[in-house]
Design a protein around this ligand. Structure first.
Ligand code: NDP
Ligand code: OXD
Length: 313
């Protein structure tokens, strides 16, 4: 019985961890010789076409990340459960990122960085406090809700938006098409934490940005996208930064990754770029999570965090 590691990056750190955590299994690697009949599980990120096919005894596919858009486009996806990462290590990293960036805008930190470079002493005499700032989180799932709780702890006025209506204690949650405009109208900092699906592709566009609140304390609406790059229309973000529809943006994900050297985002004074690492799948925690899921399954319990292939997330 074996676990196949099928990655687009160096597999060794993952193989070593799986061998340690699952000493009773064979850990095999895509690209090397292995018995396809023996493979019960695949741990993968961005599998190449053909790599998941011809595995007759496959029982589950583990995505090494929370998002599964890299799998949804796989041709002839095997008919087995897809299990994604939904665990505290990754979730808490994302919340750290959101708290960091919301506070950075609240406290106007980028201006103070510039002032320091210029040796300019220019305190702000009436800065807003977190309670003056309305954060709206698009995608109110595992990551969105944890970020919401931590931002609320800092005092921000937080609401969520999701595909389906839900009750989440302590938060107003808007839902669906009809909830979108009122949600945007009350939002100063827009956080995108949605999966990439046919419904969400290009959703972060000019007409959406134009609905954000214009009466907030930060001097204009701010976008933070750590969901997926293809949620955003990058030409619209640039145009909206230039005409004042957006005041600033923090982007962790991009239409093309790595971000091309000639992208204007690298040097745009109102943009903060991070290299798709707002919440990394740390190998120790992620391998432990997958090993635990395999043991649960073999003890007759259901997998956690199974993807709904119909919805695409
Ligand atoms: P979840 O599945 O737990 O949550 C997704 C949320 O998005 C849900 O609230 C869902 O609504 C909502 N959603 C999905 N489709 C729509 C839609 N069409 N309209 C409105 N809302 C929608 O996912 P996670 O929170 O775990 O992760 C979210 C995404 O974050 C991942 O898919 C991945 O792309 C990204 N990510 C990025 C990382 C990075 O490093 N940049 C790291 C990890 C994840 P509902 O609740 O109604 O189903
Ligand atoms: C993920 C990611 O989906 O790292 O986990 O983007």
């Amino acid at each position: 019985m074996s676990l196949l590691v099928a990655l687009t990056w160096e597999p060794k750190p993952w193989v070593d961890r799986f061998k340690r955590l699952l000493p009773d299994r064979d850990i095999v690697v895509l690209g090397e010789d292995f018995d396809r009949n023996a493979v019960r599980y695949v741990a993968t990120w961005g599998p190449k076409p053909g790599s998941l096919s011809g595995l007759p005894n496959l029982e589950a596919i583990f995505s090494l990340g929370a998002g599964v858009d890299h799998l949804m486009s796989y041709p002839d996806l095997p008919d087995v459960p897809i299990v994604r990462v939904a665990q505290d290590d990754l979730t808490y990293r994302m919340s750290e990122y959101m708290v960091l960036h919301c506070l950075m805008y609240l406290r106007d930190q980028r201006r103070f960085d510039e002032d320091q470079k210029a040796k300019r002493w220019k305190p702000d005499r009436a800065p807003p406090i977190a309670g003056d700032v309305r954060v709206g989180i698009m995608g109110f799932g595992v990551l969105g809700q944890d970020s919401a709780r931590k931002l609320k702890m800092m005092g921000f006025d937080v609401a969520g938006w999701s595909r389906t209506a839900k009750d989440v204690e302590g938060f107003q949650v808007y839902a669906g098409e009809e909830g979108l405009t009122p949600f945007l109208n009350r939002t100063d900092i827009l956080i995108a934490l949605m999966p990439l699906t046919p419904d969400t592709q290009g959703i972060l566009n000019r007409s959406l940005f134009e609905k954000l609140a214009r009466d907030g304390r930060l001097g204009g609406p701010i976008l933070i996208n750590a969901g997926r790059g293809k949620l955003q229309v990058e030409a619209d973000i640039l145009a909206c930064l230039d005409n004042g529809t957006l005041k600033a943006a923090t982007l962790d994900v991009f239409e093309t990754e790595p971000l091309p050297e000639d992208s204007p985002f690298w040097t745009h004074p109102q943009v903060t770029v991070t290299p798709h690492n707002s919440a990394t799948s740390e190998p120790d925690a992620t391998a432990r999570y997958i090993a635990q899921q395999i043991r649960r399954h073999e003890a007759g319990q259901p997998f956690d965090a199974v993807v709904d292939k119909q919805r695409g997330y």
